[in-house]
Design a protein around this ligand. Sequence first.
Ligand code: UD1
Ligand code: UDP
Length: 362
Amino acid sequence: MKPFFVIGTRPEIIKTAPVIREFEDKRGIRCFLLHTGQHYSETMSNAFFEDMDLRAPDMNLNIGSGSHSEQTAKALIGIEKALLKEKPDIVLVQGDTNAVLSAAIAAVKLHIPVGHIEAGLRSYDQRMPEEHNRRLTDHASKFLFAPTERSAEILRGENVWGEIFVTGNTVIDALEMRLPAAMKAPLPPIAEKLGEFVLLTLHRAENVDDKATLQGLIRGLGEIGVDIVFPAHPRTVARLKRFGMTKMVEETGKIHIIEPVGYLSFLRMMKECMFVLTDSGGIQEEVTSPSINKRVFVLRTSTERPEAVESGHAMVVGVDPTKFPTMIKREIERGLDADRPCPYGRGDASKRIADILTERLP
Ligand code: UD1
Ligand code: UDP
């Protein structure tokens, strides 16, 4: 059996690592690992192979940054060439990035089955490039690994062609696998100095590419009245510079921007923080792990992770600065600690995926 994995960005490295290790380390099945190179900065790519204890990719297409079509097309051509050479039994992708869509298209055109890890998520927000990527990939896939029964139900409702399996989310596997090492990792100096802090990430295109929305978010975040440590995605740093907003962030006196941190430091911060503010997808899932169990306020108008809302971890607070600071302050007053169930599985999603594929493929 020859699995062919395609990854392109930070979260794909994290969430795919436990699946690759399940094949290679536990079953002795060598995988081909192609990195499209969509993420390429040391702090967005290499650092994660180290932190996930994952071997280097077999190939890097170095596609870099660009428009959606540029990234998708460059990756499509490179992946096709690699597939023709490697002749794998299956192409495995995770999530909803441009790398995922490119790999799915390249594979189905060559009649190679696609397995989609984290299938069936829907935000129903058509502004999001990820919503198109995940929908198209789900409909091109032969194996759909839905993290929850709810996402499986969405796929059934859309009459996808492939077979649906509920597996849990591999993010829980990754987190449980690396948390012991994370607890020995240093906290970034500013987090150490503050002692009590809130963790923020912000990078969604619909939030940071629009000046008025980004201004509103910074203003509102400054009004919550808590110290916020913000490992900022390069996209957000670039937009803050382009919109001349770096000073505005400093003037809040509350938002402390740092470079993106590796996975181990990030997990440690997630474990130690008061609560999380984010527009990330993966972070909404990670906070639900029983080892973390934190509240997360989702700075978006929708979420494709409603399970985390139902479990009591997440609250979608929107991006309106006249509303979200008050909503968050009210929740802080009510108290943030509670027992909550994890909706994303028990940390065995990777094993289930590998079991299903080894049973069904030659
Ligand atoms: C991509 C994914 C998004 C995912 C995110 C994970 C798509 C459509 N978007 O968004 O779903 O949540 O990755 O973090 O696939 N940049 C660097 N160094 C890097 C990478 C990016 O400086 O290593 C900067 C460049 O200015 C680039 C910008 O960030 O133009 C955006 O990068 P890009 O990969 O296009 O999208 P992300 O916002 O990272
Ligand atoms: N993350 C990290 N360092 C950071 C910010 C995020 O290790 O500075 C991790 C985080 O733990 C999660 C993943 O990156 O596993 C989320 O990636 P991102 O928010 O970029 O993408 P999304 O999940 O929204 O697609």
